[in-house]
Design a protein around this ligand. Structure first.
Ligand code: PMP
Length: 421
């Protein structure tokens, strides 16, 4: 029995499913999870002594690579001054300044501790300022595990094929209207039928049904419809923020959302989220305004230090270089699989991609679900056995980083060449 297997057996008696987040259990790909001892650069090192090239990268945060020296040193130095104060600290102001400077739609920002908190808080704010209750979300998009978003959701909810979840009151999701991603007419129809829509929340590039790009005009159309109907446009940039570009998806697509949710990269691997946007809305947040939201550990000095070091490095980073490198790698990988006669659709933007084992272009959740998940499970197991860590679900993205070396990419391509299908 491997050390991972021993740990998993014990974990299952102590933690639901043996994991603290469902997809990690690797259930849908028919494997048991590997337990990680440490990580550096593009690599994970398991407790069993194995080394893997990592394309999960903590589900996105580690754009600079694991254990980046500058980030590690910043966090270490901050920790020596105390882990948490529950009082304001200079690093929070520096972080707010960095975010406001980077993200075009953010004039004021509030730090929280996860992407889930960011989206929950943004929705509360949108409801508070509009005095309306309903929210439009897109099928296959994931906005964390807040009650209002747990219907037709992506990520683990999609992986396990569940429509929603027990424990969410019917009265809560009654206010959540869902429509296919990229379906602007569907959004217009919802606005025509409902006069109580507070917000449209969207991943400007969807990353939780695998990677799905917005069709030309889709995001602009959302901007126009929300403005026309007095609803707020919320960009959930928890994945795309600081990854598509330093200014996020909104800077790439030239859209000005009312509110933006961030997470992952801004924490440099620590538990951090943030929501921000137009000053006139953010001023409604307590204690300046009347809409309540709070957090014991929010703006944590160690997390802020790691995040600031990450942003400082990314401000100098060559995003175009990484995008071109990822394109060439993902297309070669797709080509290797296609040459075997396997149907492969490749979606990619910047340093994110998904290969779907399907014939049809993937533009929404319905087309994402045409992908052959049994084949993906075989591919995952095949690659993992050869030292490559892919997401343990076909409804997720692969992330490259500035730390992935030529040798890492070649090792991955070689492993794929031996895949039988
Ligand atoms: N929004 C998006 C777009 C996400 O991808 C995620 C997590 N993968 C979340 C929100 C929730 O973030 P967290 O897991 O930090 O709560």
């Amino acid at each position: 029995m491997t050390t991972s297997a021993q740990l998993f057996a014990t974990a299952k008696t102590l933690i639901p499913g043996g994991v603290n987040s469902p997809v990690r259990a690797c259930k849908s790909v028919g494997c048991d999870p590997l337990f990680i001892a440490r990580a550096a650069g593009s690599k994970l090192f398991t407790v069993d002594g194995d080394e893997l090239v990592d394309f999960v990268m903590s589900w996105g945060p580690m754009l600079l690579g694991h254990a980046h020296p500058g980030v590690t040193e910043a966090a270490r130095a901050a920790m020596l001054d105390g882990a948490s104060y529950g009082a304001p600290c200079p690093a929070e102001v520096a972080m707010a300044q960095a975010v406001v400077d980077a993200v075009p739609g953010i004039e004021m920002v509030r730090m929280v501790n996860s992407g889930t908190e960011a989206t929950m808080s943004a929705l509360r704010l949108a409801r508070g300022v509009t005095g309306k209750d309903a929210v439009i979300k897109f099928e296959g998009c994931y906005h964390g595990h807040g009650d209002a978003f747990l219907t037709a959701a992506g990520s683990g909810v999609a992986t396990f094929g569940i429509p929603g979840t027990p424990g969410v009151p019917e009265g809560t999701v009654r206010h959540t209207l869902t429509v296919p991603y990229n379906d602007l007419d569907g959004v217009a129809a919802l606005f025509a039928a409902h006069d109580d829509i507070a917000a449209v929340i969207v991943e400007p590039v969807a990353g939780n049904m695998g990677l799905v790009l917005p069709k030309p005009g889709f995001l602009q159309g959302l901007r126009e419809l929300t403005t026309r109907h007095g609803a707020l446009l919320i960009f959930d940039e928890v994945i795309t923020g600081f990854r598509l570009a330093y200014g996020g998806a909104q800077s790439v697509f030239g859209i000005d959302p009312d509110l933006t949710c961030l997470g992952k990269i801004i924490g440099g691997g620590f538990p951090v989220g943030a929501y921000g946007g137009k000053r006139r809305f953010m001023e409604r947040i307590s204690p300046e305004g009347d809409i309540y939201q709070a957090g014991t550990l929010s703006g944590n000095p160690v997390a802020m230090a790691a995040g600031l070091a990450t942003l400082a490095a990314l401000a100098q980073a060559d995003y175009a270089w990484l995008a071109a490198r990822t394109e060439s790698f993902a297309s070669t990988l797709a080509g290797i699989l296609a040459d075997k006669g396997l149907p492969v659709v490749r979606n990619r933007i910047a340093s994110i991609f998904t290969l779907f084992f399907t014939e049809s272009p993937v533009t929404d959740f319905a087309t994402a679900k045409t992908a052959d998940s049994a084949r993906y499970a075989r591919f995952y197991a095949h690659m993992r056995a050869r030292g490559v860590n892919l997401a343990p679900s076909g409804f997720e993205c692969a992330f490259t980083s500035f730390a992935h070396t030529d040798a890492d990419l070649e090792k991955t391509l070689d492993a794929a060449k031996a895949f039988a299908g």
